[in-house]
Design a protein around this ligand. Structure first.
Ligand code: HEC
Length: 311
């Protein structure tokens, strides 16, 4: 029988199949595996070398054997080589199993008596590949029915929901580690001494020119009293520092200079100064800020404070 593929196609095809398989199965991130892991390159080079070596050895052995053959055997070999693939026994067997066609000579037996204006009909069997597929589908349908509708295995909707829930958890987890993902909605008050100290450092470098080192207020308002122009509480203060104050008042947006995590720290530091009563503070500006989300009692107390402040 003739070889299906000549050697100059066989070697590259086998090599690339192995190459693609390695790239597919080895997880190497965004870079190709053979670049990321030099061992893979070495392996592929050795593999290619061996492949060529084997081809050469086989060809050489063939050659030697050929010379050892008798005239008769050589003739047989040439004949065997001449046989086409479509004439091989295996090919015929597979074809029969899949198609089961009848030779054209038997057509007479298959002819039906139908005759439509000279067009006749043959009564061929259904091709076995088709009927086998059909039975397989029926079996599959029963398995499917049992799995999803009787034993209640997760269907697509359920799988989707589970995956979404998992993804949500992963996002939460990620947000915890990614400090700079906070915004005015998600920011929380930091109380850790380290964070407050970091916030103080940011404050001393950037803010004292206008708010004074003790935050008692100069160009900018007093940040230690309970009166706020732009709203108190971590969310508002974070927002003011990030986006700046009202136009033309002098408080710039700090989001270009400070990272969200730094703004969170300095905002927490500022809030830690509440009621620190620095000397000669700037008179209160704005209104007493009441946290709507605070527990009832605390709210009532601030109400009291407000009335006292008004009197
Ligand atoms: C150039 C002067 C200047 C600098 C520097 C400055 N601020 Fe201000 N800040 C102001 C002014 C003026 C206001 C009032 C804004 C308004 O009325 O809208 C203000 C308002 C604020 C408020 C809101 C106060 C309130 O009553 O609502 C906070 C909080 C604040 N600043 C924090 C900071 C922090 C933190 C820094 C440093 C990162 C800083 N500021 C740097 C001038 C400044």
């Amino acid at each position: 029988m003739k070889k299906i593929l000549p050697v100059y196609l066989r070697v590259p095809i086998i090599f690339f199949a192995v190459f693609l398989a390695m790239e597919y199965f080895i997880d190497s991130g965004d870079r190709p595996a053979f670049l990321k892991y030099p061992m893979i390159s070495v392996f592929l080079a050795v593999f290619l070398f061996l492949l060529i070596a084997i081809e050469m050895v086989v060809a050489a052995v063939d050659n030697v054997t050929y010379h050892l053959l008798t005239e008769e055997q050589r003739r047989q070999l040439e004949e065997a080589k001449e046989v086409k693939i479509t004439d091989s026994k295996l090919y015929k067997k597979i074809k029969k199993w899949l198609v089961k066609d009848r030779p054209i000579e038997e057509e007479g037996e298959l002819l039906l008596s139908h005759d439509y204006d000279g067009i006749k009909e043959l009564d061929n069997d259904l091709p076995p590949w088709w009927t086998k597929l059909f039975y397989a589908c029926i079996v599959f349908a029963f398995i499917y029915l049992a799995k999803y509708h009787i034993f209640g295995h997760d269907d697509q909707t359920k799988e989707f929901e589970t995956e979404m829930a998992e993804a949500k958890l992963a996002v939460e987890e990620y947000k915890k580690t990614a400090k700079d993902l906070i915004d005015a909605e998600t920011v929380t008050l930091l109380t850790d001494a380290g964070d407050i100290a970091a916030g103080k450092a940011v404050f001393q470098t950037n803010c004292i020119a206008c708010h004074r080192p003790d935050a008692g207020g100069a160009i900018g308002p007093n940040l230690t009293d309970d009166h706020w122009i732009l709203g108190g509480g971590i969310k508002n203060v974070f927002h003011t520092i990030t986006e700046g104050g009202r136009d033309g008042k002098g408080m710039v947006a700090w989001k270009g200079t400070l990272k969200p995590s730094e703004i969170q720290q300095v905002a927490s530091y500022v809030l830690s100064l509440q009621g620190s009563n620095p000397k000669d503070p700037k008179p209160a500006e704005g209104e007493v800020w009441v946290d709507e989300n605070a527990p009832k009692e605390a709210g009532a107390k601030t109400e009291e404070a407000k009335t006292v402040a008004q009197n």
